[in-house]
Design a binder for this molecule. Structure first.
Ligand code: MRU
Length: 341
């Protein structure tokens, strides 16, 4: 099922803040609506953010009143600025905006042709993500053995992508090969993407899933209940993988217990120009930490840290699965060189 769709000048997607209790479809027709949906995590997950950013430019092009290609380009640049300011960490959002803008700048047709081109390019980005996830699933399934219990953190499923999922794509593909797989999903405080989205997707698809709170990861690994970890990524740099806060803790625990730690992500998530120290980690509203289920749980005025992501150094990562291949530990050194990909 497609998580995001373009139909006649509008973007249709689910409001992920309402799942799993309500299924509410958003119809987005303006840049402000798209920026709000991204900031509030109605739309979330790195590859889906890439597609949403691309469709924001498509919305601008489709509805533009601009009289010339030059005027349209400057409106697209303004839209790009708005979208870039929504969330700083997932690189897919920046990658999609940059890809469309640079192609639009090189485009030589008239304004109507440019409008159509931007819409088509956004659609191509979405289609490519759907295709990449199937390939990631196929490559990653080779690492999963029949009978494995796979632990995953946050939601790197269909809902975080255009279709199928990255980490959950690997699990889906392994199940598709007839392997009996069970999943342990962490709830993923503070916004509960694991409890609300991963557990929902897997349950819906009939894949056995057990939900745990984040602080149970050490317990399940120590008990020998986990055969491997598969997570997604928001940005892969020369020396680390950025993913939902808590991923680093899971990775350290996995290393301590000799549990393989796999990352599944499309090439649009790779940012090998940068090192971990260069990357801005989104800091979110303290209310997400001081409250639970909409109810205040901490004393008034307590000081809070609320980073949305952390960086897992590559020494904790066993392999990175992308659409073209699986990068094993010995390949990671090449991430610092230009010919890595
Ligand atoms: O804050 P979110 O929900 O956008 O964070 C999402 C994650 O951290 C996912 O694990 C990541 O984007 C990979 S999704 C295929």
């Amino acid at each position: 099922m497609r998580t995001i769709e373009w139909r006649n000048g509008a973007v249709f997607t689910l409001d992920q803040t309402k799942l799993p209790l309500e299924t509410v479809t958003l119809e987005i027709t303006t840049i402000d609506q798209m920026a709000e949906a991204i900031r509030s995590l109605r739309i979330r997950g790195a590859p889906l953010l890439g597609a949403a950013a691309a469709f924001a430019l498509a919305l601008k092009a489709y509805h533009a009143q601009a009289a010339s290609s030059t005027a349209l380009l400057s409106e697209l640049e303004h839209t790009a600025k708005v979208i870039r300011s929504t969330r700083p960490t997932a690189v897919n959002l920046f990658w999609a905006v940059d890809r469309i803008l640079s192609k639009a700048q090189d485009f030589s047709g008239n304004i109507d042709a440019l409008k159509a081109f931007v819409v088509q390019e956004a659609q191509r980005i979405a289609d490519e993500d759907a295709e990449a996830n199937r390939a990631i699933g196929k490559n990653g399934a080779e690492l999963i053995k029949d009978g494995d219990v796979v632990l995953t953190h946050c939601n790197a499923g269909e809902l975080a992508t255009v279709e199928y999922g990255t980490a959950l794509g690997v699990i889906r593909a392994a199940v598709g090969q007839g392997k009996k797989i069970k999943v342990i999903a962490t709830e993923t405080r503070p916004l509960l993407q694991g409890a609300r989205l991963t557990a929902y997707e897997l349950k819906r698809d009939g894949i056995p899933v057990t939900l745990i709170t984040d602080n149970m990861v050490g317990y399940v690994m120590h008990k020998g209940l986990v055969d491997c970890v598969v997570v997604g990524a928001d940005r892969i740099v020369q020396d680390a993988v950025f993913n939902k806060i808590g991923t680093f803790t899971v990775a350290v625990l996995a290393k301590e217990h000799d549990v393989p730690f796999y990352v599944a992500a499309p090439k649009s998530t790779f940012d090998l120009q940068h090192k971990a120290a260069d990357i801005v980690i989104e800091e979110r509203n303290p209310l997400e930490v001081t409250s639970f289920g909409g109810r205040q749980v901490a004393a008034n005025g307590v000081s809070v840290l609320n980073p949305a992501f952390d960086a897992t150094p590559l020494k904790y990562v066993s392999a990175i699965i992308c659409e073209s291949r699986v990068y094993s530990k010995k390949d990671f050194a090449k991430f610092k060189t230009k010919d890595a990909m």
